[in-house]
Design a protein around this ligand. Structure first.
Ligand SMILES: Nc1nc2c(ncn2[C@@H]2O[C@H](COP(=O)(O)OP(=O)(O)OP(=O)(O)O)[C@@H](O)[C@H]2O)c(=O)[nH]1
Ligand SMILES: [Mg+2]
Ligand SMILES: [Zn+2]
Length: 355
């Protein structure tokens, strides 16, 4: 096997290997849903480049402990990937938040930070757009994530002042995140993450009194336990904050909308407010990431802008958002993580998430 000499960690199996540089790529055939091996040594350089952009390489998975999986053929050509995992209880709002976040990033939401976003894995992104972004834009509620999902949700390419970085998001079901089975493949992505977004749902006022005090947050606990020996930045997103739109100080933050400049003091002020909120409502268990990780920011976010209502006779999308889809501050957790991982560089970025 010829290699490019560059070592890459596969975000799916978490194995490290030298990125292969063979004159062949796998192309996805939408007709039968399979990958086919294609020799590119005889085609012109222009076509070669195009096939590499649209093709895949099969992960050699040196530990041989996973089903066959594929990475974009250009994956190893860019900077080190930044892998972000979402962690949170079932129905906490991970998938809605991630969808709103990726959508906003594609709408040039990171331009103020000098970062442009494109899809690195076109096929994966088209699937993500059709299955998640488009329904949400239409006002449909997304279904819960199935257990056993092991693939990245989307793979983007960030281009900015510090260079190019693939950005990979993992979003598995909250049910899998609560599983203590170390062999559970769905949570293996945690071995390879560079940063985590912990997602906590603000309480539904309609359910007041039922179970308002979360004495534990098992998905948070288990993830922290598995990441114990690693130094990584984290963000806590208190999502569904539209439920707090008349509650100070969440209302004030939500009204600000998306920020346009990086300001570590402002991020610290919001973190302090979110901390106080979680503490006040008895959700201290959701503050554990703040204690466990030396750099951690806290944010109020809303993916949808309001609660969903049940829909009649729609199996695919059983809920809808009666006031439409109006995300708020969904990029803030990502921006803080980009600052804490050096993708956004500079003195201000270095102060983000510092005590
Ligand atoms: N009010 C409000 N409700 C939301 C928001 N985001 C999600 N929801 C609701 O919360 C439910 C669960 O959201 P999901 O994104 O599927 O949650 P999840 O954490 O991905 O759940 P699993 O995949 O089962 O682990 C959705 O069906 C929505 O009704 C939000 O920003 N505001
Ligand atoms: Mg989900
Ligand atoms: Zn792999």
């Amino acid at each position: 096997m010829t290699t490019s000499g560059r070592t890459t960690r596969c975000p799916i199996c978490a194995d490290e290997f030298a990125w292969p540089n063979e004159p062949e790529v796998w192309l996805f055939n939408p007709g039968d849903g399979r990958y086919e091996l294609f020799d590119i040594s005889t085609v012109s350089p222009v076509k070669q480049a195009d096939l590499i952009r649209n093709g895949y390489r099969r992960c050699p998975n040196p530990s041989a402990d996973m089903v066959e999986h594929f990475l974009p053929a250009s994956f190893g050509h860019h900077g080190d990937p930044l892998v972000i995992g979402l962690v949170g209880a079932p129905s906490s709002g991970k998938t809605h938040l991630l969808t709103a976040m990726i959508r906003q990033a594609f709408l040039n939401g990171l331009a103020a930070y000098g970062i442009t976003v494109t899809a690195l894995d076109f096929r994966r992104h088209v699937h993500f757009r059709d299955q998640y972004i488009t329904p949400l834009e239409r006002g449909d509620g997304l279904a819960g994530t199935g257990t056993g999902v092991i693939e990245a949700a989307d793979i983007l390419l960030l281009r900015g002042p510090t260079g190019e970085r693939p950005l990979i998001f993992f979003d598995v079901s909250g049910e899998d995140l609560r599983s203590t089975d170390a062999r559970n493949r769905a949570t293996r992505f945690l071995l390879g993450v560079d940063a985590v977004i912990f997602v906590h749902a603000s309480a539904d006022p309609a359910e007041k009194g039922l179970s308002s005090v979360d004495s534990e947050n098992r998905s948070f606990e288990l993830a922290i336990e598995r990441l114990r020996d690693r130094v990584l930045p984290a963000a806590i997103a208190v999502t569904k904050s539209d439920r707090l739109r008349y509650v100070a100080p969440a209302d004030r933050w939500l009204h600000r909308g998306e920020e346009q400049v990086l300001n570590a003091a402002r991020i610290r002020a919001e973190s302090r407010d979110v901390y106080a909120y979680l503490h006040h409502v008895g959700s201290g268990a959701s503050l554990r990431p703040f204690e466990a990780f030396s750099r951690c920011t806290l944010h109020f976010t809303s993916a949808s802008g309001g609660d969903a209502l049940p829909k009649q006779a729609d199996k695919e999308f059983p809920k809808y958002f009666p006031r439409g889809f109006r995300p708020s501050r969904v990029l803030e957790p990502l921006i803080s993580i980009l600052a804490m991982t050096g993708v956004i560089a500079g003195q201000e970025a270095e102060r983000v998430g510092m005590p």
